[in-house]
Write a protein that binds this ligand. Structure first.
Ligand SMILES: Cc1cc2nc3c(=O)[nH]c(=O)nc-3n(C[C@H](O)[C@H](O)[C@H](O)COP(=O)(O)OP(=O)(O)OC[C@H]3O[C@@H](n4cnc5c(N)ncnc54)[C@H](O)[C@@H]3O)c2cc1C
Length: 478
């Protein structure tokens, strides 16, 4: 069957990939001239890449890792040492590490925490451990119930000293959802902690070896088109057209550069756009249906991704760093971490600015100036003295609405991929799946959408390469 999918982010492309495996024919319609949505990247006039976001792949991403395997591109993931590295603001230019030894979970995580004495005292670690006990003992059910609290509220409820939040969880919260602990739902951090503690390599990190559009999205497109599917750029969905029974009649595509609008007809339709444009585009008769009505509770969170090229090497650390600075979240020297961006003589820092709400309307120059101010704390040696590091160039990428803002109560607003409309499905990191707003969540949501479509509309003839066992989602321990 022909399936029209709006949106060529990871969710739309993964949905199309798994639909071809199930013997269907997807046509992916992307609004922009670039693949990847929130993992999109561009080349500047010098041939240097800049990206929507600094992206990290975790060992606890089974569906993503399986996708790399199925596309035969596993070697493109550059795995780093199993450690988490935090800057120490009170000792500028120094780092505190959580090193995970090569022993089974949860012991590797416990040893990593117990061995680190820079950030937390023994008393704080013990009180944190005791506070976490219900999550460890009662598992995912308890974690889901904690969506009623912010992380700060949950810590208080569990009698965990406020310093634990300040030292570790402001950084974690900003890294996971670009907001602070007093805003983020406790479910988000508890879910991440559970995965990191229960899976031996759950917190192990990898960088892609180049720009995500070329190194991950393009192989997906090649896979889809080689099996009869299609991916069209510059094809924005303008309106979802309905039949009299309120099922979908077609996707109306906006004609660009003076071209006429066009109707894309298919047997089945999938929306893999972010939740914010979908909310605007919902046909009026659907707005009263609970499945769609609850989308009102979801909204993308602003974030800014910065790229700064310097005249020298600032660090040789080949890993993600948690800045623990007021303005910034995580960052990495991509000239060390990413093969395609490698440079032995000059650093290219990619940094996430979060929370970004108050910075979205500011000029790029002002944002860069504030960032350099913080870099003086992170790399004091290179930004003081007679010959400070020189900024050669920069790119600032603002995303006003990125992943859904995971404040308390949002879990109840996340819709299933199957909707009450017979020929219409949803995919996207915001839809209900166990991985929150992330690349893993996006890939899994696309796979789940393909799975329900394959169940509701089994393909008449499977091609020899079709194997719908792929469509069973790979889950990990909750
Ligand atoms: C700064 C930043 C850092 C991040 N870091 C990480 C990380 O380290 N690890 C991690 O796992 N995740 C990270 N994420 C999150 C991750 O990028 C997203 O969760 C994931 O890529 C979302 O995929 P998606 O397909 O659901 O949505 P999107 O990527 O948003 O894709 C939706 C697509 O729909 C298209 N579209 C919109 N409107 C229309 C229309 N009218 N017609 C047709 N198409 C339309 C969009 O152009 C887009 O291509 C980060 C995100 C950001 C912004």
């Amino acid at each position: 069957m022909r399936v029209a999918i709006a949106g060529a982010g990871l969710a739309g492309l993964s949905c199309a990939k798994y639909l071809t495996d199930a013997g269907h024919t997807p046509i992916v319609l992307e609004r922009r001239d670039v693949l990847g949505g929130k993992i999109a990247a561009w080349k500047d006039a010098d041939g240097d890449w800049y990206e929507t976001g600094l992206h990290i792949f975790f060992g606890a991403y089974p569906n993503m890792l399986q996708l790399f395997k199925e596309l035969d591109i596993e070697e493109r993931l550059q795995w780093k040492q199993h450690t988490m590295i935090f800057n120490q603001p009170e000792k500028p230019g120094t780092y505190s590490r959580f090193d995970f030894p090569d022993i089974p979970a949860p012991f590797n995580g416990l040893v990593a925490i117990l061995r680190n004495n820079d950030l937390l005292t023994w008393g704080e670690k013990i009180r944190f451990g005791l506070g976490l006990l219900p999550a460890i003992v009662r598992g995912q059910k308890y974690v889901a119930e904690m969506d009623q609290y912010s992380w700060s509220e949950w810590m208080k409820k569990q009698n965990i000293p406020p310093r634990v939040e300040k030292e570790v969880f402001i950084a974690m919260s900003k890294a996971l959802n670009f907001i602070n602990p007093d805003e983020i739902s406790a479910t988000i951090l508890l879910t991440a902690l559970n995965r990191f503690l229960q899976e031996k390599n759950g917190s192990k990190m990898a960088f892609l070896d180049g720009a995500p559009t070329e190194r991950l999205c393009q192989p997906l497109v090649d896979y889809i088109t080689a099996r009869g599917g299609e991916v069209r750029l510059n094809a924005p969905l303008k309106e979802i057209l309905l039949k009299e029974d309120d099922t979908v009649r077609g996707f109306l595509l906006r004609g660009l550069n003076g071209a006429e609008d066009e109707i894309c007809k298919a047997d089945i339709y999938v929306c893999a756009m972010p939740v914010d444009p979908l909310k605007v585009m919902l046909p009026p008769p659907w707005r009263e249906i609970d499945h769609f009505k609850k989308l009102e509770g979801l909204e993308g969170v602003p974030v800014i991704n910065l790229h700064l090229w310097f005249d020298r090497k600032l660090t040789d650390i080949d890993h993600l760093l948690f800045s623990r600075s007021p303005l910034l979240s995580v960052y990495a020297d991509m000239s060390n971490t990413c093969k395609e961006y490698a440079n032995p003589d000059k650093s290219m820092l990619e940094l996430v600015l979060a929370p970004a709400k108050d910075w979205m309307s500011k000029a790029d120059e002002e944002i860069i100036e504030a960032t350099i101010g913080e870099l003086k704390q992170l790399f004091p040696k290179h930004f003081s003295g007679e010959n400070p590091a020189k900024l050669l160039k920069y790119h600032v990428v603002k995303t006003p609405r990125s992943v859904y803002k995971a404040t308390p109560g949002r879990q109840a607003c996340r819709p299933e991929q199957k909707t009450p409309i017979a020929n219409f499905y949803l995919a996207g990191d915001y839809t209900m799946q166990q991985y929150l707003g992330s690349m893993e969540g996006a890939v899994l949501s696309g796979k789940l959408a393909a799975q329900v479509i394959a169940k509701d509309y089994p393909a008449e003839k499977l091609t020899p390469s079709s194997d719908i066992s792929y469509l069973l989602p790979v889950t990990s321990n909750p």
